[in-house]
Design a binder for this molecule. Structure first.
Ligand code: NAG
Length: 489
């Protein structure tokens, strides 16, 4: 019936019938159905179409190995001499591209090429792209080599795909070697994409000068750099701390009529903040707004951090207000930047308020952050607040570390509350927080200045730290230094 339908140009109906047969017979039925078609072919002229249909039917039913078997049966029968099942092969190949592993597709592709399926550069390129994406650069190179072996010429896309693969895997030399082959062979010339990929690769390796040379070469060849080229260059310049060069690139990019995006602005703003040029960074924020781009969390956090580094507290708080107004939520990075900035400026009350906001937003400050706030209060002499925070933090399930306790200990000792200091030491030990050298130094100094000599001697003998005056003096010196270190922190 299928032969009859084919003979009467009713292809879809024939295929429908075969699909029905295949789903009825199931997996591993290829030899049986193949033989049946062979036996019944008789005088039908269009019989060869049915083999294509059979391959398609198996493919549609998801029986890929049966579909491949049909092809192999055809090869074995020598039927290929008068007809290669290109239609079926192409169909199966497309399907395998979507669902099979790169290697399975590649081997199948080689098989159908050997059966006389016409080779297309496009197919090679797609396979190469797949291998590159999976990081299998050697396999991609193998596909590339096969293009010429099959009598075709690699296109610009073939070259670019492979060059991109090499650059991504960190092998720039091979990328440049391919570029030279491209230029020498005369098959095709490097285009914007070739250059951009190589420029981006150079920038990633911090070879910004080489990247620039390549950029110039590209412009000399009348190639118009695109946004990808500029993004790579600007990013590379900023990462190398040459933000003013990056800004030149940015201007050049505008002159060429290319639209900058948010990522590029953030890169530039970050670079400017790093070199401390906040006013220029702000100008960029205005500029991005003018172009209809909204600053995001990253923009703001970068700016806030930059403001603090420059000691410009007011601006930082203004920015923060701006964030709230625009409905951008602060994340842990932004909060930490704010809190540590405020602490550094001695604005402990604000820092504490910010930390509470952070907590109520469901984020936990890290050890360093709350220790900084506690230390701030202790230095102001507000021990009550320091301990209140400690309790709160413990209640929230945090385990304060020795640095936190040292901050508090320092506060107590400075105030001469040596009894409380001893109690805190006990509390620490009870909670399993081991005191370190700094703790003992703080205590020793405290006892020395305020305490009764007995405690001092007790501590001394307990720890066996001090045996003579000289080592004592050095300890005191150390203790002063360590509390200075803490201040710095
Ligand atoms: C910031 O950058 C602008 C533009 O390049 C420059 O004119 C200005 O002098 C810079 N300011 C500082 C403080 O470096």
């Amino acid at each position: 019936m299928a032969h009859f339908l084919r003979a009467h140009h009713m292809g879809p109906q024939a295929l429908f019938l075969l699909r029905f047969l295949v789903s009825f017979k199931g997996k591993h039925s290829a030899p049986a159905l193949f033989a049946a078609i062979e036996e019944t072919r008789g005088r039908y002229h269009y019989a060869h179409h049915l083999f294509d249909d059979l391959i398609i039917a198996y493919t549609d039913c998801g029986f890929i190995s049966d579909a491949i078997q049909c092809l192999r049966l055809l090869v074995r029968k020598g039927s290929l001499d008068y007809h290669a099942p290109s239609r079926g092969c192409g169909y199966l190949f497309e399907k395998m591209m979507k669902f099979s592993s790169s290697w399975a597709v590649w081997l199948f592709y080689l098989e159908i090429l050997d059966c006389g399926y016409p080779p297309y550069v496009y197919n090679f390129n797609v396979l190469m792209h797949r291998f590159c994406r999976e990081g299998k650069i050697n396999d991609a190179q193998m596909v590339f080599d096969e293009i010429t072996k099959r009598g075709l010429r690699p296109s610009v896309v073939s070259f670019n795909t492979l060059i991109n693969g090499y650059c991504k895997s960190g092998n720039l030399e091979e990328g440049f070697r391919l570029k030279r082959i491209m230029e020498r062979s005369g098959m095709c010339t490097p285009d914007v994409f070739t250059y951009s990929v190589l420029i981006s690769g150079l920038c990633k390796e911090c070879k910004v000068d080489d990247a620039h040379k390549l950029f110039d070469e590209m412009c000399e060849r009348d190639l118009v750099p695109n946004d990808f080229t500029f993004t790579a260059l600007i990013d590379g310049q900023c990462k190398n701390g040459r933000v003013y060069m990056a800004m030149e690139m940015y201007q050049m990019m505008l002159r060429k009529g290319i639209k900058p995006d948010l990522v590029m602005y953030n890169t530039l703003i970050n670079g400017l903040c790093k070199v401390g040029n906040l006013s220029e960074a702000r100008k960029f924020v205005d500029e991005m707004r003018m172009r209809g781009l909204k600053p995001d969390k990253i923009t703001y956090t970068t700016l806030i951090d930059g403001c603090f580094k420059e000691g410009d507290l007011e601006s930082a708080m203004e920015l923060r207000k701006g964030m709230i107004k625009e409905g951008i939520e602060l994340d842990i990075v932004a909060f930490t930047a704010l809190i540590s900035g405020l602490c550094r400026e001695g604005r402990i009350v604000d820092a504490e308020r910010t930390m509470r906001e952070m907590l109520s937003a469901g984020m936990k400050p890290d050890d360093a952050t709350y220790t900084m706030v506690i230390d701030g209060f202790c230095k102001l002499g507000d021990l009550k607040m320091g301990f209140k925070l400690l309790r709160e933090i413990q209640r929230d399930g945090c385990m304060p570390n020795v640095a936190t306790y040292n901050a508090l200990m320092n506060g107590l000792c400075k105030k001469g509350q040596m009894k409380n200091a001893n109690m805190l030491l006990d509390a620490m030990l009870n909670l399993g927080v081991a005191p370190d050298d700094i703790t003992y130094n703080i205590l020793l100094e405290g006892h020395c200045m305020h305490g009764n000599p007995e405690d001092f001697h007790k501590l001394r003998s307990e720890k066996g730290l001090v045996s003579d005056y000289a080592s004592y003096a050095s300890l005191v010196g150390k203790s002063i230094k360590s509390s200075k270190d803490q201040e710095k922190r």
